[in-house]
Design a protein around this ligand. Structure first.
Ligand code: SF4
Length: 330
């Protein structure tokens, strides 16, 4: 039974059955006795360079707003210095993996040593030096900082009646709402409620801006709608008091898109989520069988029967590509 739903879970199921299985159904644990399950558990934690850079930028922005909200003095230079040190440490740890073989690399990653997917896979590694990565992140944060000052967002944060900054998805203030007994997760980056009860939700994007399509609901549109349904359903907030803003941060360029939903759109989105949950339940229960698929033999289906992704870009950035490559070679 599906207990949790999120836009990223939906996107993974649409992109690759194998990845969906590895991520959500395999039951992989660090102490799994099965070698492949242990490997999957280790790989789950590995980020590629793009995701790692995005996480660093998200971390700096969250740090900035937490201090702003607490009315602590914020030194942008200090934040940037901290991150520069972190980048150097991470890159030097990750590059040191290149001198080990794959088994040793996995073991080191299992013990918490930092490694990027590119280095774990033993490829050429990443083309940028720690200095140029730090410079790129500084530039992005600098542009973001100026943009947010001009938009008055720090002012909104300090004057807010409620503020969620990278909220945890567990606990009573979690950005989660219930739909037919399934917890729908809205992993927002920042949400602010002003003294008039208006809620603005922000999501910082470090990837490419995706155009909305007039014929079908785009990924950002679905994500923004889920964000808005969270205060609407959980806190009974009127839809016309909620907006979701996606901020695209790319070096010196800041792009911006605002989304608002009405009652009709709300019904569309809820229908879309229900269909996605049904598909997950069908995949989880009917195809895989009550007891879940085992990695080897199963009366219903084996791992080898699941589809590889049709999208080559999905494999390029996927942490499970070591496992898939090996399966294809067997
Ligand atoms: S490497 Fe490709 S086929 Fe394998 S799990 Fe990832 S996305 Fe799917």
């Amino acid at each position: 039974m599906v207990r949790k739903w999120s836009v990223s879970r939906d996107q993974i199921l649409q992109t690759c059955e194998r990845k969906y299985f590895f991520q959500y159904l395999s039951g992989a644990r660090m102490n799994s006795r099965d070698h492949m399950l242990r490997e999957i558990a280790i790989l789950k934690k590995i980020n590629n360079t793009l995701a790692w850079k995005g996480k660093i930028l998200h971390g700096i922005i969250a740090d900035y707003y937490k201090k702003t909200f607490a009315r602590e003095s914020v030194s942008v230079e200090e934040i940037v210095k901290k991150v520069r040190d972190q980048i150097q440490k991470d890159i030097s740890s990750s590059e040191s993996f290149l001198s080990s073989n794959l088994e040793e690399r996995l073991e080191r990653a299992a013990h918490g040593e930092f490694v990027l997917l590119e280095h774990l896979c033993g490829g050429k590694g990443i083309s940028m030096s720690d200095e140029s990565i730090a410079h790129e992140i500084e530039e992005s944060f600098g542009a973001f900082y100026e943009w947010q000052c001009a938009e008055g967002i720090d002012d909104l944060v300090t004057k807010s009646s409620r503020c969620w900054i990278e909220p945890d998805i567990f606990g009573k203030d979690a950005p989660v709402f219930d739909l037919d007994g399934v917890s729908v997760i809205a992993k927002v980056d920042l949400a602010i409620e002003d003294h008039l009860g208006n809620i603005i939700i922000f999501d910082w994007k470090t990837g490419k801006q995706i155009e909305n399509s007039p014929s079908r609901m785009s990924h950002p549109e679905l994500q923004a709608s889920i964000y808005q349904l969270w205060p609407h359903i959980k806190y009974a907030k009127e839809l016309d008091k909620i907006a979701a803003r996606f901020v695209y941060i790319k070096k010196e360029n800041i792009g911006f898109a605002e989304y608002r939903i009405d009652e009709n759109k709300k019904e569309d989105v809820i229908g879309r989520v229900r269909r996605s949950i049904s598909r997950m339940e069908y995949f989880d229960n009917t195809i895989l069988g009550e007891s879940q698929m085992k990695l080897g033999d199963s009366p219903t289906l084996a791992l080898k029967d699941l589809n590889y992704s049709f999208f080559s870009w999905a494999c390029t950035f996927c942490q499970y590509k070591i496992v898939c490559k090996r399966s294809l070679e067997q």
